[in-house]
Design a protein around this ligand. Structure first.
Ligand SMILES: Nc1nc2c(c(=O)[nH]1)N[C@H]1C(S)=C(S)[C@@H](COP(=O)(O)OP(=O)(O)OC[C@H]3O[C@@H](n4cnc5c(N)ncnc54)[C@H](O)[C@@H]3O)O[C@H]1N2
Ligand code: MOO
Length: 407
């Protein structure tokens, strides 16, 4: 081993600058057509416009009687029925009422609805019972929700249950969405064992790969797991070669400055270019981003919490952007602090926390290897680099962790 000290690492990049640099360097993947029924979690590659007007005609919002707007005193004679799916074909005249159900088309000439609770019915005769008046407010007007040609969902929208319902209601069976990335996840390190139930004392279970795969799954087409790869340059280069056909390659561990941290030399030997390395964040400082052709490599730190937090702030936004999302970054909310927190140094800190009675409380254990506190955390409190101490009751920015945060 040489006695020469290694070159000083580059100064860490501010977090937002690093996120912007990563996201600006990629575009959405190519578009494909999917059935809307199977599109939850996918993002639109084009604007989705309505093929129809909803409702297509004036409909009753209540069960009762359709009346003319200029004939509200009664009594009336019931001359027919309009049920949902079975409209009344004639025109309503003065003195007449049409029995109508919720969601049924208003008859031609109809301009008000009398609720059945406000009516007395005797044979074909119907009259007011004094409990309420007929009103046009119980009519859902044609096109009040949306009209043919309206952009219902702009490009970049993530499809969820409500948006799938809207698209189908707009007359669509399929949607044009961006393809999702194929992702390779590499565990590396001599101390890692693939079988968590069968370890020597110097080994630990390779838990990061499964954790990262679970985080990435909703945003990835295919996930290939590789490793654990031993701390040998040739083995790591071989793992990158085995991931060549993936869009995104994720490593965890070996990204720091130790003698066995081989990710950077292996990337160089494989022919990738390092874009940036080291971010002013805690945990997660040694994060590395590299590129070979269209492929993006994220070298996440090995400490499990550092790996999780950098995946949350870099890997998931990257996969969302490749998958066509218009707003790929997680959304912060504000919550009051249950207990004070100290001033922050030069790195933006992400503090594992739980929500109690509407306030957010930091967990006492914040070591970047501590999986018990990570598994108990419901959210991360964001403490910007250089910020002052905050007292109980002050509002702090928070990322909710469930489902990879709100994006
Ligand atoms: N002299 C310095 N030492 C360290 C620095 C530094 O700036 N100067 N940075 C520290 C920080 S911050 C972090 S974070 C760690 C991360 O280093 P690496 O990314 O190189 O990770 P490793 O050293 O390989 O592993 C760290 C830790 O994580 C465990 N690990 C690794 N992979 C997995 C896996 N797939 N599943 C579960 N656990 C894994 C590994 O066993 C180690 O315990 O470096 C600090 N050091
Ligand atoms: O960044 Mo390291 O992630 O502080 O433990």
């Amino acid at each position: 081993m040489s006695d020469a000290s290694p070159p000083a690492p580059p100064p860490p990049l501010p977090l937002e600058e690093a996120q912007r640099r990563l996201l600006d360097s990629v575009d959405a993947l190519s578009a494909e057509t999917v059935q809307l029924e199977e599109s939850a979690g996918r993002c639109l590659a084009t604007d989705l416009s309505s093929r129809r007007t909803q409702p297509a005609a004036d409909l009753s919002a209540m069960d009762g009687y359709a009346l003319r707007a200029d004939d509200l005193a009664g009594p009336w004679q019931v001359v027919g029925e309009s049920a949902a799916g079975h409209p009344y074909s004639g025109e309503l005249r003065a003195g007449e009422a049409i029995r109508i159900s919720t969601g049924a088309m208003m008859p031609a000439g109809g301009g008000a609805v009398l609720l059945q609770e406000n009516a007395t019915r005797e044979g074909d005769a119907v009259s007011l019972n004094g409990e309420g008046e007929p009103t046009p407010r119980h009519i859902r007007r044609a096109g009040f929700d949306f009209r043919k040609g309206d952009v219902l969902l702009p490009r970049g929208t993530g499809l969820d249950a409500a948006k799938i319902a809207l698209a189908i209601s707009g007359g669509h069976e399929t949607a044009e969405v961006a393809r999702q990335a194929n992702v390779a996840i590499i565990d590396s390190g001599d101390e890692l064992a693939a079988e968590p139930g069968n370890l020597a004392q110097h080994q630990i279970p390779a838990s990061n790969g499964a954790m990262l795969a679970a985080l990435a799954a909703p945003h990835a087409a295919e996930i290939r797991r590789l490793g654990p790869v031993p701390d040998r340059l040739a083995a790591l280069v071989a793992a990158f070669e085995a991931a060549e056909d993936c869009d995104v390659i994720v490593t965890s561990g070996g990204a720091s400055v130790g003698d066995h941290d081989l990710v950077r030399p292996a990337l160089e030997q494989w022919g990738a270019e390092i874009d940036f390395w080291r971010i002013a964040m805690k945990p997660g400082k040694p994060l590395l981003v590299a590129r070979k052709g269209h492929r993006v490599v994220l070298g996440l730190p090995g400490n499990p919490v550092s790996s999780y937090v950098t995946a949350f702030l870099f890997l998931l936004p990257l996969l969302r952007k490749l998958g066509g999302a218009g707003s790929p970054l997680p959304v912060r909310i504000s919550l009051p602090l249950a207990e004070s927190l100290p001033a922050v140094g030069k790195r933006t800190e992400f503090v594992r926390a739980r929500i109690e009675n509407g306030a957010v409380r930091a967990l006492s254990e914040q070591d970047s290897s501590a999986l018990v506190s990570l598994s108990r955390a419901q959210c991360l409190i964001v403490r910007d680099a250089g910020s002052n101490a905050v007292s109980a009751g002050e509002m702090v920015p928070v990322y909710l962790l469930q489902n990879g945060g709100i994006a």
